[in-house]
Design a protein around this ligand. Structure first.
Ligand code: GDP
Ligand code: IMO
Ligand code: MG
Length: 424
C-alpha cells in the first residue's frame, strides 16, 4: 500500500501530525521534496517536535525514514536537526534513517543568493524562508549543483564541482557588493567544509532505489510525506509566490522514485480555515479582528521562521482544486476545535471573477472575490471521539466540505496532540 500525504492550501495544514499518525502502520516514510523550509509539528506523549527535513516518522524507531531524491539538503542544518532530536532522546541511526545519494545539496552560497534575490526584488518580495531553496533548485535545473553522493565521494571531484558553482555566481554576487566568494582559497575551504559534513552523514547516504523496490516487493506500507503545498507548487501554485519544488502528489512520486500507478491513496491535508506565510494572493484573508483571532486561537506562527501567519476563512474552491490536482482519495481536516470557537463561520464556495461566478483557481487568483456561505459554529470538541458527539453544526460543516469536494474526510483534528484526532 502506497499513500501520499499532501497539503491542499498554502502549507502548514498539519501534514506532519497526519503523517506521524499514518506512520504507525508503515514500514517506510519518504520525504519527497523541499528542504528545511518545511516545518512539520508533531505533538506526541507530551513532547513537541518541530521537524524540518527529517520525515515526521523519525520519532518512531520502527519506521524507516527516508529523505528522498527530490529534496534539497542543507547538510549543516540536517546535522543540527539530527543532533537536537537525539538530545530529546530520539534514536537516529543508519537502521532508521536513509538519505538519498541523489538528493541535492544546499550550500551557504544558495542561502546568500536567496537573501540577495529577495533584496533585489524590493517591493515584489516572495517572503521566502531564507533557507536557500530557490537557488539550490535553480542550480539543480542548471545542472551545476552538487548532490549527496558528491559529499561522500571523491574529494577532488567535489572540489571541481564546487568550483563551477562558485564561478557561476561569483560575478553576480560581486556586482551586488557581496565579496564573500572573492577569496582565492574559497573553493578549497568550501570543499573541506562540505566534505566534513559528508563524513558526518555518510552512514545514512545510500541509493534509495533498491531499498524502496525491496519494500514494495515485500508488500510494505509506504508513506510519501509531502512538504509545502498545492498552492506553493512551482507549476500549479500562485507563481511567483511559490516555492521551487513540485509539492503535489505527482511531485511526491518523482521525488521519492515511485511510479504514479503504484499509489493507492492520496490524503489531502487541510485546515478548517486558511493560512499563508509570505507574500501572494489570498482571497479569503481577514486582515482584521477575525484574522487575529484565528491566529491567536490556532497559534498560527511559522514553525520554521516564527513569522505570524496570515489567516482567513476556509476556501473550498482551493480545496476542490487541490483535490483535482492531486487526485485526492481522502481529506484530513485539522483545527476543527479552533474554528468551532467562532459562533459564525464563513466558508468560500465560489469566486466572483471579473463579474463571472467560478469554482476553480484562475491564474490571477488576486482578482477573485470570495462568495461565502455562513454556517453556525460555537461547538466544543473536548474529549470527542466521534464527529457526531461534537454536534449537529460540526457535522454540517464537515458535510459541506465532503459534498463540495466529493471526497470523504477521514481524519478530523481536534487539537495538536497526536491523541486529539477523530478517525472515520
Ligand atoms: P505542516 O507543515 O503541514 O506539518 O503543519 P505545521 O506543523 O507547520 O502547522 C500546523 C500547526 O497546527 C502545528 O502547530 C500543529 O501542532 C497544529 N495542529 C495540527 N492539527 C491541529 C488541530 O486539529 N487542532 C489544533 N488546535 N492544532 C493543530
Ligand atoms: P510546510 O511543509 C508554509 C513559503 C514561504 C514563501 C514561499 C517560498 O511546513 O507546509 P521558499 O523558502 O520555499 O523559497 O519560500 O513558500 N513556504 C511555506 N509556507 N509552509 C511551508 O512548509 C513552506 N515552505 C515554504 O513562506 O512564501
Ligand atoms: Mg509547516
Amino acid at each position: 500500500m502506497i499513500t501520499a500525504i499532501v497539503g491542499t492550501q498554502w502549507g502548514d495544514e498539519g501534514k506532519g501530525r497526519i503523517c506521524h499518525y499514518e506512520a504507525q502502520n508503515a514500514s517506510m516514510v519518504i520525504r519527497c521534496a523541499g528542504g528545511n523550509n518545511a516545518g512539520h509539528t508533531v505533538v506526541y506523549e507530551g513532547e513537541k517536535y518541530a521537524l524540518h527535513l527529517l520525515p515526521s516518522s523519525i520519532i518512531n524507531p520502527y519506521v524507516l525514514s527516508v529523505i528522498g531524491t527530490g529534496t534539497v539538503i542543507d547538510p549543516k542544518a540536517l546535522i543540527e536537526e539530527i543532533e537536537s532530536l537525539r538530545k530529546k532522546g530520539v534514536a537516529i541511526t543508519s537502521d532508521n534513517l536513509v538519505i538519498s545519494n541523489r538528493a541535492h545539496v544546499i550550500m551557504d552560497i544558495h542561502i546568500i543568493l536567496d537573501k540577495v534575490m529577495e533584496t533585489i526584488r524590493e517591493n515584489e518580495k516572495i517572503g521566502t524562508t531564507g533557507k536557500g531553496i530557490g537557488p539550490a533548485y535553480s542550480d539543480k535545473a542548471s545542472r551545476i549543483n552538487i548532490r549527496m553522493c558528491d559529499l561522500v565521494g571523491d574529494y577532488e571531484s567535489l572540489k571541481k564541482k564546487i568550483s563551477l558553482i562558485v564561478k557561476t555566481h561569483k560575478a553576480f554576487l560581486e556586482s551586488v557588493g557581496c565579496m564573500t566568494y572573492h577569496n582565492k582559497n574559497v573553493v578549497k575551504k568550501l570543499a573541506d567544509e562540505y566534505y566534513e559534513y559528508g563524513k558526518k552523514l555518510a552512514e545514512f547516504v545510500k541509493d534509495t532505489k533498491p531499498i524502496i523496490y525491496k519494500c514494495k516487493k515485500e508488500g510494505g506500507n509506504i508513506i510519501m510525506e509531502g512538504a509545502q503545498s498545492t498552492f506553493l507548487d512551482i507549476d500549479q501554485g500562485s507563481y511567483p509566490d511559490v516555492t521551487s519544488s513540485s509539492c503535489i502528489a505527482s511531485g511526491c512520486c518523482s521525488g521519492a522514485g515511485i511510479g504514479i500507478t503504484q499509489v493507492n491513496e492520496v490524503i489531502g491535508v487541510m485546515k478548517a480555515y486558511t493560512s499563508r506565510v509570505g507574500e501572494g494572493p489570498f482571497p479569503t484573508e481577514q486582515k482584521n479582528e477575525i484574522g487575529n483571532r484565528i491566529r491567536f486561537l490556532g497559534n498560527e506562527y511559522g514553525t520554521t521562521t516564527g513569522r505570524p501567519r496570515r489567516c482567513g476563512w476556509l476556501d473550498l474552491v482551493m480545496i476542490s482544486d487541490a483535490v483535482e490536482l492531486n487526485g485526492c482519495t481522502a481529506l484530513a481536516l485539522n483545527h476543527l476545535d479552533t474554528i468551532g470557537k467562532f459562533d459564525e463561520i464563513k466558508v468560500c464556495c465560489g469566486y466572483n471573477y471579473h463579474g463571472e461566478f467560478i469554482q476553480y483557481v484562475p491564474v490571477d487568483h488576486e482578482n477573485c472575490k470570495p462568495c461565502y456561505e455562513t454556517l453556525k459554529g460555537g461547538w466544543n470538541t473536548e474529549g470527542a471521539t466521534t464527529l457526531e458527539e461534537i454536534g449537529e453544526d460540526a457535522v454540517k460543516f464537515v458535510k459541506l466540505i465532503e459534498e463540495y469536494t466529493e471526497t470523504p474526510v477521514v481524519y478530523i483534528g481536534i487539537g495538536p496532540d497526536a491523541s486529539q484526532i477523530i478517525i472515520r
